[in-house]
Design a protein around this ligand. Structure first.
Ligand SMILES: [Zn+2]
Length: 155
């Protein structure tokens, strides 16, 4: 890891890491989490966006993201997944991988942003930590075979 900063939550590993490689960490959204299965793929180095990654990192991110999205869909029963990134609060590229459930309109498109804000304000119940942990472990195990050739291991 380059330019590690002990004040940075991702460098300091304050969250459970479900899988890791020399370049990446697989995390789940911290509590309160709006939906179980809300995962995050984070770069281990400080990268403010894909445009700050080198060509090798840029090639790898799509492969890794696809494996995680496939596992989130399988483990949550979601019909689709969303992948979004802002990298505003923490300067590590982190891609949120979010289950989109056909049966729940609040997980759809920008309604998801309303749901997220309501959960953060405490107006809408969060997913339980236990469910989020259980699904995060299952996602990690499901995508590990696809990611092991890229150096991913369970820490
Ligand atoms: Zn950091």
């Amino acid at each position: 890891m380059t330019n590690a900063d002990p004040a940075c939550p991702f460098c300091a590993r304050r969250q459970t890491v479900y899988l890791e490689s020399p370049r990446w960490q697989l995390l789940r959204h911290a509590d309160p989490v709006p939906l179980a299965g809300w995962m995050m793929l984070a770069s281990r180095a400080h990268r403010g966006g894909v445009d700050e990654m080198d060509a090798s990192e840029q090639r790898e991110v799509g492969v890794v993201l696809a494996a995680i999205a496939d596992a989130v869909r399988a483990e949550t029963g979601a019909e689709r997944t969303y992948s979004i990134t802002f990298n505003e609060a923490v300067r590590h590229l982190h891609l949120h991988v979010i289950p989109r459930h056909a049966s729940d309109a609040s997980t759809t498109s920008w309604a998801l942003a309303d749901r997220y804000r309501a959960t953060m304000r405490g107006e809408l119940g969060a997913a339980s930590s236990e469910d989020a942990e259980r699904i995060a472990h299952a996602v990690a195990l499901r995508c590990l075979p696809a990611l092991a050739p890229l150096g991913f291991v369970v820490p």
